[in-house]
Design a protein around this ligand. Structure first.
Ligand code: PMV
Length: 349
């Protein structure tokens, strides 16, 4: 025993989808039934901070999330850890002077500065941070795209948190998932004036996990097939083009109709899956009316697998968007109570 502890820390950002991933074609490898698009939020705002340590005297792998010990037995966590260990083992085989970290147990400490598991993409930031912290600890030099393939196996949407700015997760065709990975559509610098407001309508843990919700939809919804095969491929092209052209009107319209269709396929599942509540629907009505009065898309709403709203808008409209929220839903908190707003992430280090 050397008694030495090797450690590395990193942060990872949250990403909120504007074209939703909903449905797995392979549940083991987390391969999606459709490609998706998201915007990564700045780590100066929401982030997961993770430290990974390895030592020859650790007795078992352990994980603490927000101070609470969690099980490390889930197959998706195991898949990420074994892939990272295999990469480290290959490095040790090629460099016998390297300490044999691949043989040591890991202790992982992870902490979010925003509500966990409430449909605010905590699993995306969580798995992205876990994979990057261990990759740093193991001195792996895989590209962000390669790391995105590993993070995808933990939580599908985590692959998109490997990049800043505007990101696509290409579903890929291969059965082994080798081409199912995230790529950047545009940097934050290319479209810098986008912002997000996060409304924490409920910070409680969601009742139906996204994995269970997705499988219920895939197995029972008749609308789902049409969405995955017809609607999303076309919308993917239109949204990518809107991002590249900085066309907020089109981007915002597509974001809202896609959020609504995702919740529609949830309702079309049997038993139906509900993520939004009355306050979520009130926010939808409010933003629809607000945009109509202004005769343009000022703000675009989107809801993940939970009741919380994320609004995208352009920076110049921030005073009227925040003014509307203060006037119409003063009881709804922002993501850190004091603040609703988040910037878009520049390139993730
Ligand atoms: O990555 P998961 O398994 O947490 O699923 C995420 C699903 C949505 O957030 C609803 C959509 C998305 O594309 O992020």
């Amino acid at each position: 025993m050397t008694g030495k502890i090797y450690s590395a820390s990193t942060t990872a950002p949250v990403n909120i989808a504007t074209l939703k991933y909903w449905g797995k074609r392979d549940t083991k490898l987390n391969l999606p039934t459709n490609s998706s698009i998201s915007v990564t939020l700045s780590q100066d705002d929401l982030r997961t901070l993770t430290t990974a340590s390895a030592a020859d005297f650790f007795q078992s792998d352990k994980l603490w999330l927000d101070g609470k010990e969690e099980s490390l037995e889930g197959p998706r966590l195991v898949a990420c850890l074994s892939e990272l260990r295999a990469l480290r083992k290959a490095l040790e085989d090629a460099n016998p002077e390297f300490p044999p970290l691949s043989k040591y147990h890991l202790h992982i400490i992870s902490e979010n500065n925003f509500p966990t598991a409430a449909g605010l993409a905590s699993s995306a930031a969580g798995f992205a941070a876990l994979v990057r912290a261990i990759a740093n600890l193991y001195d792996l030099h895989q590209s962000p795209e390669d790391l995105s393939r590993i993070a995808r196996q933990g939580s599908g949407s985590a692959c998109r948190s490997m990049f800043g700015g505007y990101v696509a997760w290409e579903m890929g065709q291969e059965a082994d998932g080798s081409d199912s990975r995230a790529v950047q559509i545009a940097t934050q610098e290319a479209w810098p004036d986008m912002k997000a407001a996060i409304l924490v309508i409920s910070a409680s843990k969601k009742e139906t996990s996204s994995t269970l919700g997705m499988q219920t939809t895939v197995n029972t919804s008749t609308l789902f097939k049409y969405r995955a095969e017809v609607v999303v491929p076309q919308r993917f092209k239109e949204m990518s083009k809107a991002i590249v052209n900085k066309d907020f009107e089109t981007f915002g319209k597509l974001t809202m109709i896609d959020s609504n269709q995702f919740h529609a396929v949830c309702l079309d599942s049997s038993p139906p899956v509900f993520y939004m509540n009355d306050t979520s629907r009130l926010v939808i009505g409010l933003i629809e009316k607000f945009n109509k009065i202004h005769d343009r898309v000022v703000a675009a709403y989107t809801f993940d697998a939970g009741p919380n709203a994320v609004l995208y808008y352009l920076e110049r409209d921030e005073p009227i968007v925040l003014g509307l929220l203060k006037a119409a839903v003063p009881e709804v908190d922002g993501w850190d109570k004091k603040s609703y707003t988040a910037s878009i992430a520049p390139t993730v280090p």
